[in-house]
Unconditional design. Structure first.
Length: 110
């Protein structure tokens, strides 16, 4: 491998898989999928009562980017520990965004 090849590969955009938490419903993940994004929903992987720390660990292990509306996650010491230990990435939508506005924000920033 040459340095120029390595450097150019590092600069290539990485395909992101988005993991959507249950609190986002079905419309937002469907909108993201329709825009061509790779999406895994909470219900694709877990039961409805799966604790945050469990699905966050799975997100980190798979290298996905989690999206949630649950701003309370930041108050969970266990969830925060899992985020730090696994390197999981979590984006929390806050405020009064509609589903369409949230989807537009994610799609425009990819």
């Amino acid at each position: 491998m040459t340095k120029s090849w390595t450097r150019s590969r590092m600069n290539e955009p990485r395909e992101v898989t988005y993991f959507t938490d249950r609190d986002l419903g079905r419309k937002l993940p469907e909108t993201l999928k329709a825009a061509g994004l790779a999406v895994v929903t909470h219900d694709d992987q877990f039961g409805p009562l799966t604790p945050d720390d469990e699905w966050l660990a799975n997100v980190g292990a798979n290298g996905w980017l989690a999206i949630s509306r649950d701003a309370r996650i930041r108050y969970s010491p266990l969830a925060l520990r899992v985020l730090m230990q696994t390197g999981a990435r979590l984006f929390v939508l806050v405020g009064n965004l509609t589903t369409a506005e949230g989807a537009d924000l994610i799609i425009s920033k990819r």
